[in-house]
Design a protein around this ligand. Structure first.
Ligand code: DC
Length: 231
């Protein structure tokens, strides 16, 4: 059966990665979380003092971009790929609220986007991939056979992220998480280079009031119909 490319875009905490992982598993496709790549570059920038300081942060980071090596390595025990930054497993560090608070300003940098989009295009060359992010259907794979655009109310999304962070042992306040979600929505949707928007031909899913199971089943059926048509 011919393999397709599936692009999953949408606002933060809409469950893109949960859905993309489920789809990839069901179809036997590769899953790529592009947010993890932007988060890893952000962690690198934070560790090197390029975020929040007085220096010319952006140009210093751009100069060091060729030295940033990003790799996904599949973890058999966990059943998903983990993010490695210059050989170090940073899967936990990149998911903190601290990184979330800085990632949008790093993801706005044109050169950062170029580097990561190039890598993402290479990963998808063979098709058989489910990639999630903000610009997958618009920039990375504009010819993807299936494009999904996910939304949900900011409050629902903040609550989901809040619970996730608490489960991971981070001490956070709901109000801070909501503020982060709304701020990231604004920056991600209004930035100059590849802003978050619904791609041409994308199917929109608002899962404010939809369970994960129902959502997955509906999208999986859709994907199977698209794959069937490729024969
Ligand atoms: O999916 P996420 O919340 O882990 O993504 C983190 C941030 O990275 C998000 O606020 C915007 C940015 N991002 C992006 O600009 N383009 C992508 N393809 C993926 C993520």
């Amino acid at each position: 059966m011919k393999k397709i490319t599936i692009a999953v875009d949408g606002f933060s905490s809409t469950g893109k990665s949960t859905l993309a992982k489920q789809l990839a598993k069901a179809l036997g496709y590769v899953y790529v979380d592009t947010g993890a790549m932007y988060r890893a570059v952000t962690l690198f920038a934070m560790r090197n003092g390029f975020v929040g300081g007085e220096r010319d942060n952006v140009s210093a980071l751009i100069r060091l971009l060729p030295k940033i090596q990003l790799k996904f390595k599949y973890n058999d025990a966990l059943g998903f790929s983990e993010m490695y930054l210059n050989g170090e497993n940073v899967e936990k560090e990149i998911r903190t609220l601290d990184v979330s608070n800085n990632v949008s300003s790093i993801a706005e940098i044109e050169q950062v986007r170029h580097k990561l989009v190039d890598l993402q295009k290479k990963m998808g060359k063979e098709k058989g991939i489910v990639m999630d992010g903000r610009d997958i259907g618009t920039v990375v794979f504009p010819d993807a056979e299936l494009k999904i655009f996910m939304t949900a109310s900011p409050e629902k999304r903040a609550y989901r992220r809040y619970k996730e962070l608490l489960d991971r042992g981070e001490k956070v306040k709901y109000e801070d998480v909501l503020e982060n979600v709304e701020k990231r929505d604004f920056i991600d949707s209004n930035r100059e280079f590849s802003p978050l928007k619904k791609a041409k031909g994308a199917i929109e899913f608002d899962n404010s009031d939809m369970g994960l199971k129902e959502q997955f089943e509906r999208i999986q059926n859709y994907a199977l119909r698209v794959i069937e048509k490729q024969k």
